[in-house]
Design a protein around this ligand. Structure first.
Ligand SMILES: Nc1ncnc2c1ncn2[C@@H]1O[C@H](COP(=O)(O)OP(=O)(O)OP(=O)(O)O)[C@@H](O)[C@H]1O
Length: 312
């Protein structure tokens, strides 16, 4: 569904993506996570055909992004901050969507608008942030795309609006049978809706795979519980909501490796066990005494390792 080979994107001399290799199957909801400047928006914009690769190849639904009008119709994009036309009403947005998109599903659009409680006569500029995000999602979903691409769609929303938005996203994806890729800084959101994960840092893919496979092949060495955030380089800006489960007693990096965590800051490969970071290891089967990891620990371990590698 989404394939990248030796994909590079440079802005002048700055490399935003380097040697990206991806092969994401269809029918997934993909979470794209990474700290600020990791290259998430760049990858999504490449996938939409808004920008061109500097080197390498990227295919979306088997073709070059935005290859032609027919291919454009197969992809729906919700850009960061859910842009809509402030001066147009909700109903006018739907009429515009119907005119511009050959596969427009007006029934789906009107159902979604009603479900989200968007007043048809209200100008988009007067909608709340959550309502604007719902309108942008409606416009993208009513195209009935095979792939929905969303760049931090819920970042500006309060927890309740985000919850409603994510539920609508899941319903829309299920209703149209699409794949979706969304970037987010909020691991709780990714954990909730995504079944495939891509971790980007420093323009490189640190980890990619089905969430169930990743969780089945990563473990925490005994004594390492919850220590990933206390390691040097643990990336602090991919975050959970304050108060979310698992946050109790965890503090951002205090600069010292955790006692008893088996921290090696690199890969050993010994006995088929690869040390990732922060007591998190990768192995086909659980090493003796190791415990399952949560998605948050997994992501932080790879981001922590990337930070250590960059600063080494
Ligand atoms: N139009 C541009 N011109 C020059 N540099 C750019 C441009 N867009 C992005 N960059 C740079 O490319 C890198 C990746 O940026 P990108 O916006 O893709 O990251 P991101 O992971 O989406 O970050 P954020 O989470 O802050 O949105 C950054 O170093 C950024 O400064």
């Amino acid at each position: 569904m989404l394939r990248a080979a030796a994909l590079d994107k440079r802005y002048g001399r700055r490399a935003a993506l380097r040697e990206v290799e991806l092969d994401v199957p269809a029918q997934r909801i993909i979470g794209l996570v990474g700290p600020n400047g990791a290259g998430k928006s760049t990858l999504l914009q490449l996938a939409c055909g808004l920008i061109e690769p500097s080197a390498g190849t990227l295919t979306v639904l088997g073709r070059r992004p935005a290859a032609d009008a027919a291919h454009l119709a197969r992809v729906g994009f919700v850009a960061q901050d859910a842009p809509v036309y402030a001066g147009l009403s909700v109903a006018e947005h739907l009429r515009m969507g119907a005119k511009l998109n050959p596969g427009w599903d007006d029934g789906l659009a009107r159902d979604r608008v009603a479900q989200a409680g968007l007043p048809l006569t209200q100008r988009a500029g007067r909608l709340s942030g959550g309502q604007r995000a719902q309108l942008a999602l409606t416009l993208a979903a009513a195209k009935r795309p095979e792939l929905l691409i969303l760049d931090e769609p819920a970042a500006a929303l309060d927890p309740l609006a985000r919850d409603t938005f994510l539920r609508s996203l899941l319903e829309s994806v299920a209703a149209i049978g699409a794949s979706a890729i969304l970037s987010s800084h909020l691991l709780a959101d990714v954990e909730r809706v995504c079944d495939y994960l891509i971790v980007l840092a420093g323009g490189r893919v640190q980890l990619a795979g089905d969430v169930t496979d990743l969780l089945a092949t990563h473990f925490r060495r005994s004594g390492a519980a919850g220590d990933v955030r206390r390691e040097p380089g643990a990336a602090g800006d991919v975050r959970r909501e304050p108060g979310a489960a698992g946050d109790v007693g965890r503090e951002p990096g205090d600069g010292s490796p955790p006692a008893g965590a088996g921290w090696m800051g690199g890969r050993s490969g010994r006995d088929g066990v690869e040390h990732v970071h922060g007591g998190v290891v990768r192995a086909e089967a659980a090493p003796a005494g190791a415990a399952p990891v949560e998605l948050e620990e997994l992501v932080l371990a790879y981001l922590g390792r990337a930070t250590v590698e960059v600063s080494a």
